[in-house]
Design a protein around this ligand. Structure first.
Ligand code: KPL
Length: 295
């Protein structure tokens, strides 16, 4: 079995969580950090367990080949972050993008056309308590795939031993589109109303969720990922119920004064809607309001 050395780019909650999971399974892991270098402590709190870990780190600008790169930045940072380590990658480097939304991989393809990458989607719940200190709030499922590729690469064996539960996903784009559709129905509303996800199950927001699903489903279908409004609405309601006490990632960004990923979620949906000649005025309005909130 190959024993890949993972470099993790994006040491937020998901980056620290996956770095610790991979390291715990015995794989070498290095954090790529702009401001630090040398050994860095990371703490993962997990209910009753508080685990102090230590990782070697290097700066993106350093030299040193990267064989396996896990990218867990915000969607808008994927392209600049990967470009900042492009001198450390070659055609054999395996790059895995584990990020919310869609559209960042198209940007990357334009910036680094020779690079080959995998995509992932996770429902793991983690949030940052302080820099390099995270809370693992809920266990989730992680899917990894590569568009047009039905079987996993060599490194997936050690990855799947470490990252459980999870699986290789031969339809990763379908999975990412479904996640995007669910995020379009939940995230902007929670960010604009500054409410937890569970608030969307009650009037008046529940009606807006229903109307959004009716707009989102035809866009997914036109883009080649068929879903009915009723099925999407059911899935959205299930996610709202399962994450009722959570603050969505978009609300967390707004509360922390960070840019949100709305351009890669609702913005991406609207670009697809335009491409297929579909009107989506409710989503347009949410994106406009989100942009006003941010600038
Ligand atoms: O993925 C999420 C997010 O916050 O980005 C949901 C599913 C909405 C859970 O909060």
């Amino acid at each position: 079995m190959i024993r890949p050395h993972w470099h993790v780019l994006g040491a937020g909650a998901i980056g620290c969580l996956f770095a610790s999971t991979l390291q715990r399974s015995g794989l070498p892991v290095t954090l790529l950090l702009r401001e630090r270098h040398g050994e860095v402590p990371v703490q993962v709190d997990d209910g009753d367990r508080r685990e102090p870990l230590c990782f070697p780190s290097s700066r993106p600008a350093d030299a040193g080949h990267i064989d396996h790169l896990l990218v867990t930045t915000k969607a808008y940072d994927v392209c600049p972050a990967v470009t900042s380590v492009a001198h450390r990658l070659d055609q054999n480097s395996q790059v895995l993008l584990l990020t919310n939304g869609l559209g960042y991989s198209d940007e990357l393809r334009r910036a680094l056309p020779a690079m080959d990458y995998y995509l992932g989607s996770t429902t793991e719940g983690a949030y940052r308590l302080a820099p390099l200190h995270i809370y693992h709030a809920g266990r989730g499922y992680t899917r990894i795939g590569k568009p047009g590729c039905s079987s996993p690469p060599d490194w997936f064996e050690s990855w799947s031993r470490a990252v459980q539960p999870g699986s290789w996903d031969a339809d990763i784009l379908g999975t990412l589109w479904l996640k995007l559709a669910i995020n379009c129905a939940i995230n902007p509303l929670t960010a604009l109303h500054r409410c937890r996800n569970g608030e969307l199950a009650r009037p008046p927001l529940a009606a807006q969720v229903l109307a959004l699903c009716a707009e989102i489903a035809p866009v997914c279908t036109a883009a080649g990922f068929p879903i009915t409004s009723a099925v999407l609405h059911q899935q959205v309601r299930e996610v709202i119920a399962a994450t009722a006490a959570n603050r969505s990632s978009m609300l967390q960004d707004v509360l922390a004064g960070r840019p949100t990923e709305c351009n890669y979620i609702t913005g991406y949906l609207l670009a697809a809607a335009r491409q297929h000649g579909i009107d989506a005025p409710r989503n347009e309005e949410l994106l406009t309001r989100m942009r006003k909130l941010e600038y």
